[in-house]
Design a protein around this ligand. Structure first.
Ligand code: PRP
Ligand code: URA
Length: 210
């Protein structure tokens, strides 16, 4: 059985998600908030990165310190909305490589359609963070992760902002090895597959396309 998803209950995350949900929040602020929440999710999702002990000379003596053990990392945003999370992740992980996977949902069937995939050539050696603010039916995240695994990746985490039980359950069933980190767990989906109460269409709100 896969690990229970981590729902971040941090007050800063909760506060920022409340601002995101507000229909009067404009594109500029929305984009900034998505980035800030991504940074906070990144902090939690990197808690188990391995470290090694080193000695550092301070002005007063020698300190035994822990530094990152040098694992290679990759960020893979699911286009479009996942792009909004990349800079916030790179704030804490500036050396991570960035791949891209393009998926959109067929509006009638809600089935995901892949239209682009370009990943770092050494993706198999990297710890991969798949980014998408919305985990609704879970179709896009599951298919994106299947594609990333087909290219050799074995260590994958999913980071999202708002999820519903349908999406979480599907992701845990299809990819039990993938740890899930999200900022909020909402009630469910409406009849056109949108999260309620959710925050609307994340891609449109990030890029101002509606
Ligand atoms: C949104 C969102 C996810 C997907 C979630 O993308 O960013 O990728 O829907 O829904 P699911 O869990 O039911 O698959 P959308 O299809 O709207 O594409 P866009 O980001 O290009 O607007
Ligand atoms: N995609 C979105 O952007 N929002 C939803 O509520 C569901 C899928």
């Amino acid at each position: 059985m896969s690990k229970a998803p981590m729902i971040l209950d941090h007050p800063l995350v909760q506060h920022k998600i409340s601002l995101l949900r507000n229909k009067n929040t404009g594109t500029k602020e929305f984009k900034e908030l998505v980035g800030e929440i991504a940074t906070l999710l990144c902090y939690e999702a990197t808690r188990d990165l391995p470290t090694k002990e080193v000695e550092v000379e301070t002005p007063m003596g020698v300190a035994r310190c822990n530094v990152l053990a040098g694992r290679k990392l990759a960020l893979v945003p699911i286009l479009r909305a996942g792009l909004g999370m990349v800079d916030g992740m790179l704030t804490l992980l500036p050396a991570a490589k960035v791949g891209h996977i393009g998926m959109y949902r067929n509006e009638e069937t809600l089935e995901p359609v892949e239209y682009y995939c370009k990943l770092p050539s050494d993706i198999a050696e990297r710890d991969v963070f798949v980014l998408d603010p919305m985990l609704a039916t879970g179709g896009s995240a599951c298919d994106a992760i299947t594609q990333i695994k087909k290219r050799g990746a074995r260590s994958i985490k999913f980071l999202g902002i708002v999820a519903v039980p349908e999406g979480i359950n599907k992701l845990r069933e299809m990819h039990p090895d993938v740890d899930i980190y999200v900022g909020a767990l909402d009630e469910g989906l409406n009849d056109i597959g949108y999260i309620v109460p959710g925050l609307g269409d994340a891609g449109d709100r990030i890029f101002g396309t509606k």
